[in-house]
Design a protein around this ligand. Structure first.
Ligand code: G6P
Length: 475
């Protein structure tokens, strides 16, 4: 894409496409699953916009290309940068630190140096691509320095930032040796969006305490006269798209086939997660295993299907988790399984949206038990697919989604006994009770979809008045 042509630019660690090998061995791109691209694609197309991101391979420079009306601009990462910036600082420092240190974060100076270097690369790309007075929207924890780096290069731009994961309590954030740089990085944006109001408050408090800027409620006042707004925008999914998919005959047939192949159990429980230590997989499987061992559930009646999508496989804590879960599943099935009857079906693989929708349709109880989660979109996807108001959602109170899906069966995943009770309550509830709960959750999810989320954020970003401009921008 030629320089300075994009009115609207998205910057994310990943491009919204995955590379696949076609039937004749040729390389093709396929749109990544996930709501963000669904929401932003029309905005990008309308504005001749661009998406800047890493294409997922190390040591490879790719030229910009266009995909379904979007200009995609790949950012290269060397082998070392994948290790230090992506696997290291992003996913072994920030990820655990921001998720309540459920695994110990590691602090290494060379990882930080790579984080700074790669963030600068993204900012420089955006500075070249964005049109004068254009809008740039930076996504997630991998790129928290980009707003200030970009502001320095291009003060004319409107810059938004959205954090998809939790923002930690101040006591935990303080552990970070580079805490001040991260806060100052984010303050380059005009609008900083979080999943939860509490996260926005944590950020504003830290800015006041650590950087010393004046703040009032959700606004930070910078010495140069600029102000930064910090607010919550709970993200959602393409709810209508999921429901439509769930209603297709092929998905419904596949759902029936899945149940059949599991022996048509009375209750099918389902978990779908990236294989991540924040997701509470151990606790959930232990709770289910104990229910079977103690006889509260019978191996003929209940089956747990756990899909764990491979993720960040070279990072140490993920390797440990993978072995732990393999062992745990083996133990449960070995202890309480019978020939032809395994209580846990464990799938370490990723599946297309159609198969996910079929699984959601097949499941009586969806079990979402993260120890900490910014939002959790799987919970919302399940609800969107339950157009017949059947099924039950067991949901951790530590997922952002719990503050919206109030009619779920809420659990504390650290409390195994409490979780066992709640699983039984969900399994044994009357269809009427579950329909009442599902209806309320469906109203929430269907009315607050990802398009509304993106629209709200961008409207607010574009409404922010530039104090240096003679004429404020039109809203
Ligand atoms: C979370 C993060 C995203 C990230 C995704 C997949 O949802 O918020 O930024 O892209 O996980 O992780 P990966 O490391 O494969 O990009």
């Amino acid at each position: 894409m030629a320089s300075g042509l994009a009115e609207f630019v998205v910057i994310a660690n990943r491009l919204p496409v995955d590379r696949i090998i076609g039937p004749d061995g040729e390389t093709m791109w396929r749109k990544s699953p996930g709501g963000l691209v669904t929401a932003l694609e029309p905005v990008i197309r309308r504005n001749g916009g661009a998406w800047i991101g890493w294409h997922g391979a190390a040591n490879e420079k790719l030229a910009p290309f266009s995909y379904e009306g979007m200009n995609l601009i790949p950012v290269p990462l060397s082998d070392e940068e994948v290790e230090d910036y992506y696997e290291g600082f992003s996913n072994a420092t920030l990820w655990p630190l921001y998720h309540d240190v459920v695994a110990p974060p590691e602090f290494h100076r060379e990882w930080w140096d790579a984080y700074v270097r790669v963030n600068r690369r993204f900012a420089e790309r955006a500075a070249k691509v964005a049109k004068k007075d254009g809008t740039v929207w930076v996504q997630d924890y991998q790129l928290q320095l980009v707003p200030s780096m970009l502001r320095e290069l291009r003060p004319d731009l409107k810059i938004g930032f959205f954090l998809h994961i939790p923002f930690p309590p101040t006591e935990l954030f303080q552990q970070l040796p580079w805490r001040r740089q991260i806060l100052e990085g984010l303050l380059g944006a005009d609008l900083v969006g979080f999943q939860m109001p509490g996260a926005a408050q944590n950020f504003v408090r830290l800015v006041r305490q650590r950087v010393g800027h004046k703040t009032h409620r959700d606004t930070v006042y910078l010495p140069d006269g600029r102000s930064v707004l910090a607010k919550a925008y709970p993200i959602s999914i393409d709810a209508a798209g999921f429901e439509e998919l769930a209603r297709t005959p092929s998905v419904l047939a596949r759902a029936a086939e899945i149940r059949e192949s599991l022996g048509n159990p009375k209750t099918l429980l389902l978990g779908i997660d990236r294989l991540d230590y924040t997701k509470g997989l151990r606790q959930r499987l232990r709770a289910f295993g104990e229910l079977i061992t103690e006889g509260a559930l019978h191996v003929d009646d209940a089956v747990f299907v756990q899909v764990a999508t491979p993720s960040r496989e070279r990072v140490n804590q993920y390797k440990i988790l993978r072995d732990d879960i393999n062992r745990l599943v083996g133990r449960i099935n070995g202890d309480v399984g019978r020939i032809g009857q395994q209580p846990v079906t464990y799938l370490h693989a990723s599946y297309p949206r159609e198969e996910m929708a079929a699984l959601y349709r097949a499941a009586d109880v969806m079990v979402v038990t993260p120890l900490r989660d910014g939002m959790n979109l799987v919970a919302k996807e399940y609800v969107a697919c339950r157009f017949d108001d059947r099924g039950a959602l067991v949901l951790s109170e530590f997922a952002g989604a719990a503050s919206e899906l109030k009619s779920a069966y809420t659990v504390n995943p650290h409390d195994i006994n409490g979780m066992k009770q709640m699983l039984l309550a969900a399994i044994n509830a009357s269809p009427r009770e579950n329909a009442r709960r599902m209806k309320a959750m469906r109203r929430q999810v269907m009315e607050n979809d990802i398009e509304l989320w993106a629209g709200n954020f961008l409207r607010e970003l574009n409404a922010i008045r530039d104090p240096h401009a003679k004429n404020p921008r039109p809203v």
